[in-house]
Write a protein that binds this ligand. Structure first.
Ligand SMILES: [Zn+2]
Length: 63
């Protein structure tokens, strides 16, 4: 396993995957790539957290 695996996908690709998984679940390998990127990238971790908070707010609004 290369050490640079966290940077196999760019922040742009990572944020696209983060918003994609709102609409439909990602295939396992994409989820893995995203998780590896998040482990190495604070910016995208924050973005993913914001999305999660938004999703929760939306779910509450819907009920
Ligand atoms: Zn990133």
């Amino acid at each position: 396993m290369p050490r640079i695996i966290g940077h196999v996908i760019s922040c742009k690709q990572a944020s696209r995957l983060i918003s994609q998984q709102e609409d439909f679940p990602l295939p396992g390998w994409k989820r893995l790539l995203l998780r590896l990127h998040l482990a190495a990238c604070d910016g995208c971790t924050r973005f993913a957290r914001q999305i999660a908070v938004l999703r929760e707010a939306m779910a509450r609004y819907r009920t």
